[in-house]
Design a protein around this ligand. Structure first.
Ligand code: FAD
Ligand code: NAI
Length: 435
């Protein structure tokens, strides 16, 4: 018992020390070297998983680095569904980009702008200021020596338009379209919100809240093992989330969607809230670039890159993450590993330029497993083990899910805020009141 006490004491002192160090480090950026005209300039488009992973690792002693992104923060997307129902504050999962760029050895220039065009021939990009505070120049052109595309992907809406509703029954019917991990996790969070909070405050409406998940394929979560798919579907059934598989949305109107059901009949489903989660498609900028080099960019689903992350048909241009189309799934795990890999490529390129003999090896992905939250404090996990796979689900997996996400967050600050939000919502309930 005494030994255990000692371990707890050491652990507490360690955690407090780590926290104090992280806070001090965050609040005191280094003195940075200025831009060096003799160095090559790497322009990074984006501030998401791929870009931030690259930025954290790139050695700015070797390059001038510029970042262009309309978001001046990194967003920890895995916890985004929790924000929609007030479990976690959106700010807790945002990491200001300055906390990353201002800790590099050389000044990293950040443009809170959208890149609107790329000219691979002249090696320039056009950017447009999208911030609220506009200076005299709102559009400009920036040359690059190397370009890193990490612009993510757009929402695949298949051109449908959606709107908001009126009557009570319809209003309280919440329909989620798409049974991939985004749709499933969202339906799960929505269920928890209705069950833990709304039903307590509005018991007279408890029977009227309904959640339906619509999926075109024969089952949800096709990337998970069959036993976890079954476990998810039975947990949803217990939680009274209706899962309509083999059901494809064909039309979206103001107050209803039209679906083709498993028997090929067209059926109307009225909704109050419609959440669209049917996967990714390339952003307009990515499409524009692909059109420019269309003889080499032959896939409509994203930028084709080789095993070294080089964009086919555009010299000195690299792409990572969701803006690419490759054998890998568009996940944070892949984007992060690609960002890290690319930083190591740039390190080697710098050494090669100095005359050293360095070999650049192709990117190799190491899958760390798949996790998803399915509601009522349960999660599922497919984890690689030895040469096989272990599939687990339940409350213990949920504790594991939380600890994995907390340890994967980019900063101590984010960890602190998210844990605080989890505790806050457990004690006081979720808060989605408008400011
Ligand atoms: P993003 O992270 O989307 O970043 C793109 C960046 O580009 C953004 O900063 C954006 O502002 C910027 N940008 C956009 N347009 C322009 C432009 N024209 N010019 C300049 N910059 C631009 N994956 C997992 O592995 N595990 C999970 O648990 C997981 N959970 C998820 C949950 C949700 C709700 C969602 C939506 C996704 C989840 N994913 C998860 C997938 C993961 O978030 C993506 O695969 C990952 O974000 C891809 O990283 P990225 O850097 O390619 O793009
Ligand atoms: P997705 O592409 O994985 O799933 C979209 C689903 O929508 C598909 O199952 C598709 O059949 C369905 N669909 C498409 N059109 C439809 C229609 N008209 N009617 C009904 N259903 C329709 O997209 P998602 O879930 O956004 O995931 C994108 C990427 O992000 C994936 O690679 C995923 O692995 C990753 N991600 C991972 C998470 C995790 O690991 N926990 C969480 C969220 C996303």
């Amino acid at each position: 018992l005494r030994a255990l006490k000692r371990v707890v004491q050491f652990g507490t002192v360690g955690a407090v020390g780590y926290g104090a160090y992280e806070i001090h480090r965050k609040r005191h950026p280094h003195e940075q070297k200025p831009f060096d005209p003799t160095k090559r300039t790497v322009v990074v488009l984006g501030s998401g998983w791929g870009a931030v992973s690259f930025l954290k690792s790139i050695n700015t002693d070797d390059y001038n680095v510029m970042v262009v992104s309309p978001r001046n923060y990194f967003l920890f997307t895995p916890l985004l569904p929790s924000c929609t129902v007030g479990t976690i504050e959106l700010r807790s999962i945002m990491e200001p980009i300055r906390f990353i760029t201002q800790h590099k050895s050389r000044n990293v220039r950040f443009y809170e702008s959208e890149c609107t065009d790329i000219d691979p021939e002249s090696k320039t990009i056009s950017i447009s200021d999208v911030s609220d505070i506009k200076g005299a120049v709102t559009n400009t052109t920036i040359p690059y020596d190397y370009l890193v595309m990490a612009v993510g992907a757009d929402n695949q809406t298949f051109g449908f338009k959606s709107q908001t509703p009126e009557e009570v029954d319809r209003l309280l019917h919440m329909v989620v379209v798409g049974g991939g991990p985004t749709g499933v996790e969202y339906a799960a969070e929505l269920h928890d919100f209705l069950k833990d909070d709304l039903e307590v405050w509005y018991p007279e409406l408890a029977d009227k809240f309904r959640i339906t998940l619509v999926e075109a394929l024969p089952n949800v979560l096709p990337m998970f093992s069959s036993q976890l798919i079954q476990y998810t579907e039975s947990t949803f059934k217990q939680n009274k989330i209706e899962v309509l598989t083999k059901t494809m949305v064909k039309e979206v109107a103001d107050k209803e969607i039209k679906v083709m059901d498993a028997n090929k009949n067209i059926v109307s489903i009225p909704y109050g809230l419609l959440v669209w989660a049917t996967g990714n498609c390339p952003r307009p900028l990515t499409r524009k670039l692909m059109a420019r080099i269309k003889d080499k960019q032959t896939s409509p689903r994203g930028l084709l890159v080789d095993d070294y992350m080089r964009v086919a048909g555009a010299p000195d241009m690299y792409a990572i993450g969701d803006c690419t189309f490759s054998k890998y799934a568009p996940t944070a795990q892949v984007a992060t590993q690609q960002g890290l890999y690319l930083a190591s490529v740039f390190e080697s390129l710098a050494r090669i330029e100095e005359g050293q003999n360095k070999k650049i090896t192709p990117f190799e992905y190491s899958h760390q497993g798949s996790l998803a939250y399915i509601g009522s404090d349960k999660a599922i996990a497919d984890l690689p083990f030895l040469n096989g796979n272990v599939s687990v689900g339940g409350v213990a997996t949920y504790v594991f899910w939380r600890s994995v996400y907390i340890s994967n967050m980019f900063s101590f600050r984010n960890r602190f805020l998210v844990v605080g939000d989890w505790m806050k919502s457990k004690v006081f309930g979720r808060d989605v009141s408008r400011e």
